[in-house]
Design a binder for this molecule. Structure first.
Ligand SMILES: Nc1nc2c(ncn2[C@@H]2O[C@H](COP(=O)(O)OP(=O)(O)OP(=O)(O)O)[C@@H](O)[C@H]2O)c(=O)[nH]1
Ligand SMILES: [Mg+2]
Length: 245
């Protein structure tokens, strides 16, 4: 039986997370899929974690981390919590800011199979769209994926997006403890690790919507870090066996 844990990292997402949890509550009552959710908060000054806790939703749990340390460490903490619970067969990842739409979850969930799989929500393929995203961000995202595809030899259309579903089998086969990407490179690192582990990859077109509330954590520094990291990974890829358990 399929049971999904949805992981949502948050940093100052008090407004957006309440909206997302509301939508997921509606979807959950009409959905054939069973899921729980874990918010991974880095001690947000806007008290995101307290606000989520006060909602007291039985299927929502919170990991409170001491301070802002990027999505990589946040997700790895989330993975280690849910992988310790064998009821979860699949782990989904979503941004809190509304960019990843609950409306796209049915198609993502429908792609779930029993094998070692990575399901990738993709903006840059037929049927995929971006809404209200500045051209500069679109260009950065497309260029990032193109460079990573080339440097890493991975034939996937959206390597930087964070709307995904991993099978527990896949995550358990990876050396998560050896991974150290913090920012956007985390998504690229995970896609490469899945590829190297021989995962089946399924691309699902999604509509990505620019956030309405809260502030972006994207910065020039994060983009530069990602460029350097991908180059390093590309070289490391030549060394067989990295990221395998
Ligand atoms: N726990 C944690 N979550 C983070 C951190 N940085 C970003 N996030 C969350 O990760 C998700 C993606 O971050 P965003 O700032 O939306 O990044 P983005 O979607 O690439 O950028 P925008 O398009 O500008 O919104 C959001 O849910 C953030 O709250 C962090 O350091 N720690
Ligand atoms: Mg965002």
């Amino acid at each position: 039986m399929t049971k999904i844990a949805i992981l949502v990292p948050t940093y100052n997402e008090a407004v957006s997370i309440v909206e997302l949890l509301g939508k997921l509550t509606n979807f959950r009552s009409n959905s054939q899929y069973e899921y729980d959710l874990v918010v991974i908060d880095d001690n947000s000054p806007d008290r995101t974690a307290d606000i989520v806790e006060n909602l007291a939703i039985p299927w929502v749990d919170i990991i409170r981390r001491p301070g802002k340390s990027g999505i990589g460490p946040a997700y790895r903490a989330g993975f280690s919590k849910v992988l310790a619970d064998p009821q979860y067969t699949h782990i989904a990842t979503m941004d809190a800011d509304g960019s990843h739409r609950v409306e796209d979850l049915p198609a993502m969930f429908a792609a779930i199979t029993s094998s070692k799989t990575l399901i990738l929500g993709v903006r840059w393929m037929p049927g995929g769209r971006v809404v209200n995203w500045p051209r500069s961000r679109q260009l950065l995202s497309k260029t990032g994926t193109r460079y990573a595809k080339l440097a890493l030899g991975i034939n996937l259309n959206d390597l930087t997006g964070g709307f995904r579903i991993y099978s527990a089998e896949l995550l358990n086969s990876l050396k998560l403890k050896d991974m150290d990407a913090t920012g956007y490179c985390f998504q690229i690192e995970m896609a490469m690790a899945a590829d190297l582990a021989g995962a089946k990859t399924i691309q699902v077109p999604i509509t990505f919507v620019e956030r309405i509330a809260g502030e972006s954590k994207m910065s020039f520094g994060i983009a530069i870090e990602a460029f350097g990291y991908v180059t390093k990974l590309g070289i490391a890829r030549a060394i067989k066996g990295i990221y395998r358990r």
